[in-house]
Design a protein around this ligand. Structure first.
Ligand code: BTN
Length: 320
């Protein structure tokens, strides 16, 4: 109901309680209650005895009604679960993904202002205070499990594009999926899935963007290698706009991927690459390999030229 009140408040400068109650078929007291609810969410609404209510400003919260306003996607973000605080959006998304039959459709989004136990890759913690964008998308791609690295690379391109559109900053991608600005991490992607041998059951793509976080607020051990968009642009970024733009870009690239158009996505990935052409060390769990990153193949694997000149294909690992 608060959402409906908001819709009318947005339509005109002032709207009276009486008109609202008539349009919504509720009492004026009920209208007043909904106005209070919106105020509690952070909407600034003033009231004038003669003219009625007027919406003055919106909160920069990642509220579903804000994200969905003008969102041009067909299915990504059409259903949003919003939480002011959550343990981890990936954990919640994985639970929800099991309930596909109960309306947890492809593109369902879990989003929060703050995570108490944000998950990073390789079992690491992910620092997720207020001011960032912490979200997970549920997908049910009819693709073989070998497509997972491609989904991750495609997500990285969508993040770069969204940041570029909203801030004019052009980040780079460190294989497979760290988004960097000035060599420092501004966003991480955590892809988790459940699959059979030849079929994916569900995929959860978790994205964490350090949007409006002060540098001194990052934990000391990551301060040196971490950056926020606010730090770079010198002003707060509009998180709702960035989240919305990202969802639109994500759907665009995901559609391309489903149509087997990964080569064109890869071309863009390479344009933003921080990795190709560099001498790197890759931690593969049981060993570390050194070499030159010469290419990314059509499956999203990194091709490394070892010191002995031999080429090796790396599907998963971390550049150290
Ligand atoms: C990385 O280690 O680089 C991946 C970090 C991924 C963090 C995001 S924040 C939203 C989603 N929920 C989580 O718990 N993790 C991912």
């Amino acid at each position: 109901m608060a959402k409906d009140v908001l819709k009318y408040l947005r339509e005109r400068e002032y709207i009276s309680g009486e008109v609202l109650s008539r349009k919504l078929g509720i009492s004026r007291v009920a209208v007043w209650k909904q106005i209070q609810k919106l105020k509690d969410m952070g909407y600034r609404i003033i009231s004038d005895q003669n003219l009625g209510y007027c919406l003055v400003s919106r909160p920069d919260l990642l509220l579903p009604q804000e994200i969905q306003r003008g969102l041009s996607t067909t299915y990504i973000g059409k259903k949003i679960f919003y939480f002011p605080e959550l343990e981890s959006t990936n954990i919640m998304a994985k639970e929800k993904a099991l309930h596909r039959a109960e309306g947890i459709d492809e593109g369902t989004l879990i989003i929060t202002e703050k995570q108490s136990a944000g998950k990073g890759r390789l079992g690491r913690k992910w620092f997720s205070p207020t001011g960032g964008i912490w979200l997970s998308i549920i997908l049910y791609p009819q693709l073989p499990p070998s497509y997972i690295p491609r989904i991750t690379l495609m997500t990285a391109v969508a993040v770069v594009k969204a940041i570029k559109i909203c801030t004019q900053i052009e980040p780079q991608i460190k294989w497979p999926n760290d988004i960097l600005i000035s060599e420092k991490k501004v966003c991480g992607i955590l892809t988790e899935m459940s699959a059979e041998l030849d079929m994916i059951n569900w995929v959860v793509v978790g994205i964490g963007i350090n949007a409006n976080i002060e540098h001194q607020d990052f934990p000391e051990d990551i301060q040196e290698n971490t950056i926020s968009l606010k730090e770079v642009s010198g002003k707060e970024v509009l998180r709702v706009k960035l989240a919305k733009t990202f969802l639109q870009e994500f759907e665009k690239y995901y559609e391309k991927l489903k149509k087997k158009e990964f080569p064109s996505i890869l071309k863009e990935w390479k344009l933003y690459s921080h990795t190709l052409g560099r001498k790197i060390r890759v931690d593969m769990g049981e060993r570390i390999i050194t070499g030159e990153a010469v290419n990314i193949n059509e499956e999203g694997a990194l091709i490394l030229k070892k010191e002995d000149g031999k080429l090796i294909e790396i599907i998963s690992g971390t550049i150290v």
